[in-house]
Design a protein around this ligand. Structure first.
Ligand code: HEC
Ligand code: HEC
Ligand code: HEC
Ligand code: HEC
Ligand code: HEC
Length: 400
């Protein structure tokens, strides 16, 4: 072949390839992913309701700008059916949104990502759902992340976001797993050792904003499997010592569901810069109930008042004095005199002067006893023990 002809063929082929590439790039510009979704939605509406209504389907990028939340959410560019009636059975992204939750939270005021996570400004699906998100981004709390966390029900994860705003509620309709976790926190007496929303002890770290800690702040060396804050908490709740050797946090024998619920709850405890009108019950809840306050007042006036005043009753019953702990994290102190001897091989006086285990942490972080107060504690504990002995001695006598 004549070399001149051969060059011409090469040039022609090269030009064609270039044209094809430019054409494809151009096509993606005028027809990005979302355009296909919009035309498909328009066809669905036309088939179902006729051409007139199909005209009403918006064209172009849609966005919800919520100034107060500092969010621009473009999810409705594809999720076009959110506010339509009659699209309940349509496939995603065209389905009508479950109605009740949007009645309580109109999208003009809330957008989408405060609840769902995801990258609000993105207009292609992978970026919007942030499936490959770096940890500083907010991934969509949906199917993909549920797989990563091995949470069987993908709808549970979103409840973590509900509680960003609803943290002061005792109960939030539609956030069952969070409600359950809040019950556990009350029943197990986590506040005996942790401050939560400004109330509680100092034996463990303050948990009010524990959800803020970044993944680098956790030690994963004892964690098998995928490293994430979620996995760390899960393992820590199931067995605190497994993740944090030497901790005094008790093993409560939590089931997987308990641990999952508590993990979602503690991860929701974040500092938010949301305006107060977005936080129901802001700074109102989280005070002891009237019944709790009344009981405390009664115990304050009895023989065991010392144990209430010094906060021992948060973890200990002193049953002979009618002192009842809600949490019961430590043993009943009515028999401490003998029990310390048999468990620690030491006198009570020595134990309180040089405590070990949980009491070492309690008396160095949460409760300060002066020498006089320590003497009073010892005195009261002996009094309690004598009372208990007398009661037991009286029992067989009563039978006779
Ligand atoms: C480019 C189009 C597009 C955009 C933009 C988009 N989505 Fe989607 N979305 C889809 C499609 C398609 C599906 C169904 C297929 C799938 O789940 O992979 C879907 C499914 C979903 C689901 C259900 C699936 C799951 O994982 O639970 C949720 C929730 C969702 N999107 C929320 C959002 C939110 C929030 C935004 C905005 C941050 C958003 N989407 C932006 C296209 C989009
Ligand atoms: C106040 C919180 C909240 C807001 C705001 C919100 N959603 Fe939802 N969304 C929910 C809840 C709750 C569900 C129902 C989950 C279920 O079925 O239990 C849901 C369901 C969905 C689903 C169906 C996914 C599935 O699990 O099957 C999609 C898609 C979706 N929302 C997209 C959006 C989009 C797009 C916006 C913004 C226009 C938005 N949502 C705004 C809370 C919210
Ligand atoms: C950005 C903050 C925010 C998020 C996120 C949020 N909510 Fe709300 N929610 C509110 C506000 C504010 C109200 C209105 C409270 C009022 O009127 O007193 C409300 C109202 C409600 C109500 C009605 C309460 C009543 O007493 O009428 C329910 C139920 C509810 N939310 C459940 C949820 C669920 C479930 C989620 C998660 C899917 C969620 N919320 C996410 C802020 C939020
Ligand atoms: C007897 C005291 C005690 C009780 C009761 C207790 N904890 Fe702890 N907790 C600790 C101590 C001490 C630590 C710090 C060492 C560690 O990580 O275990 C801790 C750590 C934690 C952490 C990790 C904090 C972080 O910095 O990431 C969480 C979350 C937690 N506790 C939640 C709970 C919950 C929820 C309950 C109730 C079910 C509870 N704790 C009950 C003492 C306690
Ligand atoms: C945050 C919870 C907590 C508080 C508050 C607390 N304790 Fe304890 N205490 C415990 C736990 C848990 C044990 C069990 C010790 C162990 O196994 O390490 C214990 C053990 C004891 C014992 C040994 C009892 C026995 O039968 O072996 C005495 C005595 C005691 N505490 C006295 C007190 C006094 C007095 C106060 C108040 C000044 C107090 N404690 C406050 C958690 C607490």
């Amino acid at each position: 072949m004549n070399p001149f002809t051969r060059d011409k063929i090469w040039i022609a082929l090269f030009s064609l390839a270039l044209l094809a590439t430019v054409g494809f790039v151009y096509y993606r510009q005028v027809a990005p992913e979302w355009k296909d979704y919009q035309s498909e939605f328009r066809e669905m509406v036309e088939k179902k309701y006729g051409a007139a209504r199909a005209e009403l389907v918006p064209a172009g990028i849609q966005q919800i700008w919520v100034k107060e939340l500092n969010r621009v959410d473009r999810c409705t560019t594809c999720h076009l059916g959110v506010e339509w009636k009659g699209m309940e059975g349509a496939p995603e992204p065209y389905r009508t949104h479950p109605k009740d939750v949007l009645t309580a939270h109109p999208i003009a005021k809330f957008g989408c990502t405060v609840c769902h996570g995801g990258q609000g400004y993105a207009t292609d699906m992978d970026a919007a759902h942030a499936v490959q998100a770096e940890h500083w981004e907010e991934p969509l709390l949906g199917s993909e992340l549920s797989k990563t966390y091995t949470v069987s029900d993908r709808k549970l994860l979103m409840q973590e976001n509900c509680n960003l705003c609803h943290r002061y509620d005792r109960e939030t309709k539609g956030a069952d797993i969070i409600n359950y976790a809040k019950q556990l926190v009350a029943q197990k007496g986590c506040r005996a050792c942790h401050t939560i929303n400004g109330r509680g002890g100092a034996v463990g770290p303050n948990l009010t904003n524990v959800g803020e800690l970044s993944p680098e702040q956790y030690d994963y060396t004892r964690l098998g499997g995928k490293e994430s804050v979620f996995a760390w908490h899960l393992a820590h709740f199931k067995d605190p010592k497994a993740m944090s050797a030497g901790t005094v946090m008790p093993n409560f024998g939590f089931s997987s569901r308990d641990a999952q619920a508590l993990t979602l709850l503690v991860m929701s405890w974040k500092k938010t810069d949301l305006p107060a009108q977005y936080i129901p019950g802001f700074k109102q809840a989280d005070v002891p109930s009237p019944a709790e306050q009344e009981k405390e007042r009664q115990m304050m006036t009895g023989e065991g008042a010392f144990f209430v005043r010094k906060g021992c009753f948060i973890c200990h019953d002193v049953s002979v004095f009618g002192i009842e702990s809600a949490a019961k994290i430590g043993p009943d102190l009515s028999i401490a005199v003998a029990d310390v001897q048999s468990r620690f091989g030491r006198q009570l006086e020595d134990f309180l002067a040089h405590p070990t285990g949980t009491m070492a942490v309690v008396l160095s972080t949460q409760i300060h006893l002066t020498d006089e107060e320590r003497a009073e504690a010892i005195n009261k504990l002996h009094q309690a023990y004598d009372r208990k002995q007398a009661q037991q001695a009286a029992k067989p006598a009563a039978k006779r």
